[in-house]
Design a protein around this ligand. Structure first.
Ligand SMILES: *Cc1c(COP(=O)(O)O)cnc(C)c1O
Length: 423
């Protein structure tokens, strides 16, 4: 399926008529466990000598169809779904990390990720150093002997900054560590980080992939290209893994080492599993991904251009506008557009932001993005509230800034709504 065009793969990859019933749509396999053919079959499955279904904490046929589709769309060797985007981030780091080890992350990240990396992962003895990811010298200098990954977002939430993935990947390569790219805002339709050197892609399927605000889910897509055995930095993958009776994942599974490890150990022991119902909604959403993203982009361009011309607006940070410092990178990394998430600042400051949010009628005031409905939020008082003001400003969520996620409605209706609400 990987050889098909995106629009074909988004509908067909990973799916086939149900072998038992011929059902054309992938059924929701609402089953906890799967009957083994016999004792030998059960043993082979548990030994990872045969791939199949055991128990839905590990694998489920509906979730497996989604995993195969995501791997095809991102151009990866394999994918693992998890219960949320945040779960996917922990699951991506889990095989790489250990007490005393660190990651180097961009300082332009989703607020929840800044909190997860600066606070919560410390409980595991892991830590994160934040750098301006455009400053490759600073990035290189921050990587030390205990660094096990570099992390950034392809299009950053909420500031819309586009990362120079090839330059970042080159630094990570020289240091012998994987590059993990959060592709939530872009989706594989607009940006394919693996083609620019990413080792792993993580995504929140909660957003554009499902696309209608019904699901919480996440995924890790592995490029299958990283040589886990090139150094002794990744013993869970390259050396005998004590958590799986000494199995050597890289030697045994090659490009699928990370994927198998994430299922056999990550999902088995951390239990951050996606359920079949959520996988079904996400599969349905992905069928129309390209159609929705084209519309999201066209609407975002129109609304952002209107805001930029409005005298009540101080500035707009949308990579799809020529005024954005990221605009030049769009041609390389997301030629079909810069998604539909952006921020703008009001000359009236904090008060004007709050007033706007209370007056809009079509826009919904919610902490979400990537919905068919247009959404609005004041990041500094909500999603980025746990951050210091300096962190808020670095993340593009200063107190006088409002974030929009432009939906697929009529752009002129959206503009009229913002116009009346700005007063
Ligand atoms: C929402 C989001 C996440 C977290 O995903 P959840 O599904 O809410 O856990 C991570 N990264 C980005 C860029 C996001 O927008």
């Amino acid at each position: 399926m990987t050889t098909h065009q995106f629009e074909t793969a988004q509908i067909h990859a990973g799916a086939k008529p149900d072998p038992a019933t011929g059902a054309r749509q992938t059924p929701i396999y609402q089953s906890t466990a799967y009957v083994f053919r016999d004792a030998d079959h059960a043993a082979a499955l548990f030994n990872l000598q045969e791939v199949g279904f055991i128990y839905s904490r590990l694998t489920n046929p509906t979730v497996a169809a989604l995993q195969d589709r995501l791997a095809a769309l991102e151009g990866g060797a394999g994918a693992v779904c998890c219960s949320s985007g945040h779960a996917a981030q922990i699951m991506a780091l889990f095989p790489l990390m250990g007490p005393g080890l660190n990651i180097v992350a961009s300082n332009r990240l989703y607020g929840g990720t800044v909190t997860q990396f600066s606070q919560t992962i410390r409980r595991f003895g892991w830590s994160a150093k934040f750098v301006d990811i455009d400053d490759t010298d600073a990035l290189e200098a921050a990587i030390d002997d205990n660094t096990r990954a570099v992390f950034c977002e392809s299009i950053a939430n909420p500031g819309g900054h586009i990362a120079d993935l090839a330059a970042i990947a080159a630094v990570a390569d020289r240091a012998g560590v994987p590059l993990i790219v959060d592709n939530t805002t872009a989706t594989p339709y607009l940006c394919r980080p693996i083609e620019h050197g990413a080792t792993l892609v993580v995504t929140s399927m909660t957003k554009y992939l499902t696309g209608n605000g019904t699901v919480t889910g996440g995924a890790i897509i592995d490029s299958g290209r990283f040589d886990w055995s090139a150094s002794d930095k990744f013993p869970s993958l390259s050396a005998p893994e004590p958590a799986y009776h000494g199995l050597k994942f890289h030697e045994t599974f090659g490009p699928l080492a990370f994927t198998f490890h994430s299922i056999a150990i990550g999902l088995r022991d951390l239990g951050m599993t996606l359920n079949a119902q959520a996988a079904h909604y996400t599969l349905m959403g992905i069928e129309t991904l390209s159609l929705r993203m084209d519309r999201h982009v066209a609407n975002a361009v129109k609304v952002a251009q209107w805001l930029e011309r409005d005298p009540r607006v101080a500035y707009v940070t949308y990579a799809g506008l020529p005024s954005s410092p990221s605009y030049a990178r769009m041609a390389t990394y997301c030629p079909k557009g810069a998604s539909s998430l952006f921020t703008f600042s009001l000359k009236g400051g904090y008060e004007a932001c709050v007033q706007l949010i209370d007056r809009v009628k079509i826009f919904s005031h919610v902490a979400n993005l990537g919905d068919t409905r247009s959404l609005i939020i004041h990041s500094a008082s909500t999603t980025h509230r746990q951050l210091t003001e300096a962190q808020q400003i670095a993340a593009g969520a200063a107190p006088d800034v409002v974030r929009l996620s432009i939906g697929t409605e009529d752009a002129d209706d959206l503009i009229a709504d913002l116009d009346q609400a700005l007063g």
